[in-house]
Design a protein around this ligand. Structure first.
Ligand code: MN
Ligand code: MN
Length: 278
């Protein structure tokens, strides 16, 4: 399943020696506007070879860290229940071995089966959600499970009060009202630290949190977003949290013919790895 050329740069350690494992979930079955995130995991890996393994911001070299990359989960496309089952099996296997995970999406819905497993494995799981969109609809085009409802689905599992949102600038009035109820949007670091404490944390990064000028290669671009520096500083501020898993979702690489979106995504992944193990 894995060759050096298809692992994320510097993440070539064997499973048994790894503290953290990367896996790809190339599913985009509910993408409503512009599908194509199924091509993201391999494009992110490929683009990562344009980066250094050393991060001057973190003063860390991911080559020195114990990270492996087990390749992509294989999906029977079009059968959502089986896709969920495969993602759950993969997450459960790694979680049982006490490994942290970083999943390369895929569309945002892939976060749900991962959280289903981790919510069973950890008490008091907290979620930090970075996204342009609230993803808090009850249903979307009559469907309960979709990229546009995924945070609502997750809130039913772990409780909406345990979800902290950053970057949300698009959604319905109802979605914003739901978020406002817990006042967990763009909260300051000191308040976040207080709420999270030592509890296990999962980071879900929908790349459309970034401005469309930085990352046009995504399924539902939303202008008015974070600069790369703003997202990097936010991620950097999460160092020291007990982060047990993360995902980076919604790159749809083929909408950006320059290939730059994939490189942006790869650097977000590198920063996330440093945050998780720093
Ligand atoms: Mn999303
Ligand atoms: Mn989004």
């Amino acid at each position: 399943m894995k060759t050096i050329s298809n692992c994320f740069i510097g993440c070539d350690k064997p499973v048994e020696n790894s503290d953290l494992l990367i896996f790809g979930a190339p599913y985009d079955g509910t993408s409503s506007f512009r599908p194509g995130s199924r091509f993201a995991p391999d494009k992110i890996r490929e683009a990562s070879y344009g980066l250094e393994t050393y991060s001057p911001d973190y003063n860390m070299d991911i080559e020195d860290l114990s990270i492996g990359d087990i390749g992509n989960v294989e999906f029977p496309f079009g059968v959502k229940d089986k896709v969920f089952e495969k993602i759950k099996n993969c997450t459960a296997n790694l979680s049982k071995m006490n490994k942290k995970t970083l999943c390369l999406g895929g569309e945002h819905l892939i976060t749900f089966p991962i959280i289903e497993v981790l919510n069973g494995a950890y008490d008091n799981l907290k979620l930090i959600h970075m996204d342009a969109h609230a993803d808090m609809r009850d249903t979307y085009i009559g469907e309960k499970f979709s990229h546009a409802t995924v945070l609502n689905n997750i809130s039913e599992l772990i409780g909406q009060e345990n979800i902290y949102h950053y970057g949300i600038r698009s959604g319905t009035r109802e979605e914003f009202n739901k978020i406002a109820k817990y006042n967990n949007l763009n909260i300051k670091h000191s308040e976040l630290s207080e709420k999270i404490g030592d509890d296990p944390v999962y980071l879900t990064i929908d790349l459309d949190i970034l401005d469309t000028s930085i990352l046009p290669g995504t399924g539902t671009p939303e202008p008015g977003g974070f600069s790369f520096k703003e997202l990097s500083e936010l991620l950097f501020s999460f160092r020291g949290f007990n982060i047990v898993g993360a995902d980076v979702v919604e790159l749809a690489p083929d909408y950006d013919f320059t290939g730059a979106s994939s490189i942006v995504a790869a650097k977000v992944v590198r920063n996330t790895l440093c945050t998780m193990l720093g």
